[in-house]
Design a protein around this ligand. Sequence first.
Ligand SMILES: [Zn+2]
Length: 301
Amino acid sequence: MAVLVVSGGLSSAGAETLHIVATTSDLASLARSVAGDLAQVDVLIPPGADPEVFEPRPSDVTKLKDAAVVVRVGLGFDHWLDKLLIMHGDASINRRGAGYVDASAGIPLLEVKGRSLDPSGADGHAHGLANPHYWLDPANAEAITAAIAGALGAVAPASKEKIREQRTAYLAELTRSLARWEGMLAPYRGAKLVAYHNTWPYFARSFRLDIVDVIESKEGVTPSPARLAKLASIIRAQGVRVILHEPFEPDDASLLLARRTGATVLKLAPSVGSAPEAVDYASLFDHDVAALATALSASAN
Ligand SMILES: [Zn+2]
């Protein structure tokens, strides 16, 4: 009886398995969908951790070993990758290398600031050039996967056609899912929300929601009592019923505002792996859209 054995860097198709390294779980999930069994995909930021305070250890450079493709968020979000790439030294995955993917390159960005700003931001937080949370609009998966497929095709030209087919099939499925998600949130079009961190502008634009304010006075800075009083009056005046909160952020300010105003605090997953149900890119939206629809439905009664 024939037994198919997969080992030693060979995929089931017999071709050499590529090694892809992504900075975030979201980009890793999209890379897996495009690459299928052609590649093994690793992620640098541990899923569930706050990506904007992550700092790699020097030993993380070993995770780049044999990497044919690296995929990053860009816009300063994962600025620390530059240090690892320089330590690693391989020109093919450094900037301008065939295997280097800055996934922000083809994205219509929101909250774009002057290009003269330091992309890593003065305080180490990372909304330097534009809002970096662009993976939270499912329509942006098209540009992200195009960039990943382009680099994969360049480093493995023999697999170009298979990569193209896998990407097309994945995007078709995602488009069907997007129609379903839009339907679930359609009754809440224009719903006013407050968020703890400025994570959701792409998500809000995609699903026609209105983020009226952000609790953090700037990225990583907890609000003052005066700011909290102002936020409470905004929440009451605008009829905000739901406060969006990231699982890894301190929640005392959000809970205090909820107590003062009667709004509900809803923890949404900003990335794959930050809620147990969000195991990949599509289930991230399955989880967030269902949780938000439920919270908005309950608060409407
Ligand atoms: Zn952020």
